[in-house]
Design a protein around this ligand. Structure first.
Ligand code: ATP
Ligand code: MG
Ligand code: MG
Length: 382
């Protein structure tokens, strides 16, 4: 291996799993984040930078310490990334991150490139009259969304009737907004796409289950869909990612509608929750694929196929500060279960504290094995 160094903005759980993959390949990753960030806890070297991944000077310092800069979060200052891109590689491109971090701009870009997405309308002022007009245009229910800084559903408000408008404005009124037509989906699907210098590759089509707009479970491969739908989802995801510049992995979330058509919900320009299962289920994980893509190392396509079915279950902060630990302790005695705890310290209700992945010879077996842990998660939620 050559001795290229990667610099990463953000060192949360995605960075932590990225550095697990990097360690095996003997690749150094320098993280810019707070001193005891999850990724830094498991990577001891002098190259890390303490500071905010939103801080201009710290980003410049990181750029000076590595050969390629990447991100584990899209809510970063893309103007600083643009500036450093004349001196160091930035993957994926700052243009891609700038477009994707504004969900409405992302939608416009997808539509321009003939990628189907939920109908979206911009909201310029966010007055009650504006939102009423949206309700007349899109019909009820519709989803009011923050254009920026959205994650884990924090930034979404389902508006079921005019009676919800005041509460929606109370929750989101201070943020830049747009609205989306309600997608009556029968399932949510996701595909991790790997964009390399020369090609666009796809991991299998998985099914995601959300509760209160937060991802709870990922079934890999997706259950109860035909081969044709699974292939169509991979093709749509590849087409969606191909219209953005730069290399790396991208998470593509999709809605499968009643008539079997697919809409892209959103794209993440980085490793993604729906791809955690690849660590145990595939020869190359999404994290290793990301490193190989940004460093221009080979990725044999077969290495993205699954060895056996997998189910991933998120462990969220629950009703008490140690609820997530209790779930993890229970998982220790559960067969065929891999446990990931993120080292985030303080738990908050709904915060992603860890996850487990079960793999088995069949999806039925995996479902049976994971059920007690789903029950434990539901109980911990309180
Ligand atoms: P993430 O953590 O994935 O980045 P996010 O905060 O960006 O989440 P979205 O992906 O926009 O939020 O939405 C979260 C969930 O809310 C979706 O997975 C889906 O379950 C639901 N949802 C979002 N948009 C719509 C829509 N237009 N119609 C129906 N449900 C929706
Ligand atoms: Mg999102
Ligand atoms: Mg999402």
């Amino acid at each position: 291996m050559d001795r290229k160094v990667v610099g990463c903005l953000g060192g949360g759980q995605l960075g932590r799993m990225l550095v697990e993959a990097a360690n095996r390949l003997n690749i150094q990753v320098n993280f810019l984040d707070a001193p005891n960030a999850p990724a830094k806890q498991i990577s001891a070297h002098e190259g890390h930078i303490d500071g905010s991944f939103k801080d201009r000077d710290s980003i410049k310092k990181l750029a000076g310490s590595c050969d390629v800069v990447t991100v584990e979060i899209e809510h970063v200052d893309t103007y600083v990334l643009e500036e450093i891109s004349s001196k160091v590689a930035v993957e994926p491109s700052w243009k891609t991150i700038r477009c994707i971090q504004d969900k409405y701009a992302q939608k416009e870009h997808l539509i321009k490139n003939m990628v189907a997405t939920a109908e979206s309308v911009p909201i310029s002022n966010g007055t009650r009259a504006d939102i009423e007009r949206v309700g007349q245009d899109l019909g009820y229910p519709f989803m009011l969304k923050s254009r920026t800084e959205a994650y884990d559903g924090r930034g979404n408000f389902p508006v079921r009737s005019e009676a919800d408008i005041d509460a929606a404005l109370e929750a989101l009124g201070s943020r830049p907004l747009y609205a989306e037509k309600w997608a009556n989906f029968k399932a949510e699907l996701a595909v991790m796409v790997v964009k390399t210098k020369a090609s666009t590759l796809a991991f299998p089509t998985v099914e995601t289950v959300h509760e209160d707009s937060i991802c709870k479970l990922v079934y890999a491969p997706a259950r109860n869909i035909s081969h044709s739908v699974a292939n169509k989802a991979q093709e749509l995801a590849k087409r969606a990612v191909a219209c953005f510049e730069g290399r790396g992995v991208f998470g593509v979330e999709m809605f499968l509608l009643e008539d079997e058509s697919l809409l892209v919900n959103e794209i993440a320009p980085r490793p993604h929750n729906s791809g955690h299962y690849t660590i145990e289920a595939c020869p190359i994980s999404q994290y290793e694929a990301h490193l190989r893509a940004i460093l221009d190392y080979p990725i044999p396509e077969e290495s993205l196929e699954m060895r056996e079915p997998a189910i991933m279950l998120n462990i969220l902060g629950g009703s008490s500060p140690d609820s997530h630990d209790q779930v993890a302790r229970k998982a220790l005695s559960n067969a065929r279960t891999s446990i990931h705890l993120y080292g985030k310290g303080e738990s908050r209700k709904g915060r992603k504290m860890g996850h487990v992945t079960v793999t088995a010879a069949t999806m039925k077996d995996a479902e049976k094995l994971i059920q007690p842990l789903i029950d434990a998660v539901d109980e911990a939620r309180g």
